[in-house]
Design a protein around this ligand. Structure first.
Ligand SMILES: [Zn+2]
Ligand SMILES: [Zn+2]
Length: 313
C-alpha cells in the first residue's frame, strides 16, 4: 500500500458537510467583512487605529502561519520554549486556515507529492490547455479546501498527535479564531470607548485582515507553483515570486523552500525577501529559539550549479 493509499481518506457525508461549512465560513465571512471595510474606507468612516489594527493583525496572522504552523511545527526547522510555542500556535490559529493537525498533515502531503498525483493543492494536475491551467490555478487557490478527501493525521502528522500540548491547540482552534476577532475589537474599544470603534476594529483587524492575509497565503499554493523563477531543479513546479514573498514574509520563495524544506530560512541569498527567516534568526540571537536548521552554503552553491548546468543541457 502506498503512502497515498494509506494517507488519504474519502470523508463520510456528515464529516464532508462539517468540513465544507467551516471552510466556506472562513472564506465568505472575511469577504463580506472586506466589502464593509471598503465601504467604510470610501465613505471616510474609519480612524488611524483601524488601519494600524489591519496592519498589526496582518503581521500577527502571517507570522503565526509562517513561523508557527509552517516552519516550527510542520518542518521542525527550529526549537523553542513552551510559552513561545503557545504564542505561535495562538497566532497561527487566529489565521483561520484550519485546525493545526489539518494544516500540518495537508502541508506535509503537499511536500510529499508536490505537483504529482496526491498533492492536495497543485495547480498543475488539471490539463495542459489554457482553460485547464486557469481551472487548476483557481482550484489550488481556494476550492481544494472543499475536497471530498481528507489527509490522515496518523500518517502525515503522528508526531503532532503524540504532543498533548499541540493537540490542545488543535482542539482550541475555534477559540483562537474568535480571539483573533475579539482582540482588535477590544483594542478598538479601548482606543475610543465606543461600540462603533469595537465594530470597525473587528471589520479591519479581524475580517478584512483574514481576507487579505489568506488571499496572500493561498497565492503560495497557486501562483507559486505556476509562475516565477526556478533557481533550483526540484521534482515539482515550485517557483520564487518576490511580491508574494514580501506579502507572505518569505513563503513566496517556494522554489527555495521545496529545495530545502527543513531550512528555517526560505531565502538562500541575502537580498531575497524573507521576513520570517530574519525574525527567526533574531529570536535565535536572543536565545528564544535554537537548533535552527539551514543548509550549508556549499550545498546551496552545489544545488544552484547543478540547476544551471541542467538548464544549459
Ligand atoms: Zn509548495
Ligand atoms: Zn513547507
Amino acid at each position: 500500500m502506498t503512502t497515498l493509499d494509506r494517507g488519504v481518506v474519502r470523508l463520510d457525508p456528515h464529516s464532508l458537510r462539517v468540513k465544507r461549512f467551516s471552510a466556506l465560513t472562513t472564506m465568505v465571512l472575511p469577504l463580506l467583512g472586506t466589502v464593509v471595510a471598503v465601504y467604510l474606507l470610501v465613505t471616510g468612516r474609519f480612524t488611524a487605529v483601524d488601519i494600524w489594527l489591519l496592519a498589526g493583525m496582518y503581521c500577527v496572522h502571517i507570522g503565526g502561519v509562517t513561523i508557527g504552523l509552517h516552519r516550527y511545527v510542520t518542518h521542525r526547522s527550529f526549537k523553542t520554549t513552551r510559552w513561545m510555542q503557545d504564542l505561535l500556535m495562538v497566532a497561527g490559529g487566529m489565521a483561520a486556515q484550519g485546525p493545526l493537525l489539518f494544516w500540518v498533515a495537508t502541508h506535509r502531503r503537499h511536500h510529499r507529492f508536490a505537483d504529482h498525483e496526491g498533492d492536495p493543492h497543485s495547480p498543475n494536475l488539471h490539463g495542459a490547455g489554457w482553460r485547464q491551467r486557469l481551472r487548476g490555478l483557481w482550484y489550488a487557490h481556494m476550492p481544494w479546501m472543499l475536497s471530498e478527501e481528507s489527509t490522515r493525521w496518523s500518517v502525515f502528522a503522528p508526531d503532532v498527535l503524540r504532543d498533548r500540548r499541540l493537540v490542545a491547540h488543535h482542539r482550541l482552534y475555534p477559540y483562537w479564531v474568535l480571539a483573533g476577532l475579539a482582540l482588535p475589537a477590544l483594542i478598538g474599544f479601548a482606543a475610543s470607548g465606543t461600540l462603533w470603534s469595537a465594530f470597525t476594529g473587528v471589520v479591519f483587524g479581524g475580517l478584512a485582515r483574514i481576507f487579505a492575509a489568506n488571499q496572500a497565503s493561498w497565492c503560495v499554493g497557486s501562483i507559486c507553483h505556476a509562475f516565477g523563477r526556478r533557481p533550483f531543479t526540484n521534482d515539482d513546479h515550485s517557483t520564487n515570486l518576490w511580491w508574494v514573498a514580501v506579502l507572505t514574509f518569505g513563503e513566496g520563495l517556494q522554489n527555495n523552500h521545496h529545495a530545502f524544506p527543513r531550512s528555517y530560512r526560505h531565502a538562500v541569498r541575502w537580498w531575497e525577501p524573507d521576513l520570517s527567516g530574519w525574525i527567526i534568526a533574531a529570536l535565535g540571537k536572543a536565545g528564544l529559539v535554537w537548533d535552527l536548521h539551514t543548509p550549508s552554503p556549499a550545498l546551496v552553491s552545489k544545488r544552484l550549479a547543478t540547476a544551471e548546468k541542467t538548464g544549459k543541457d
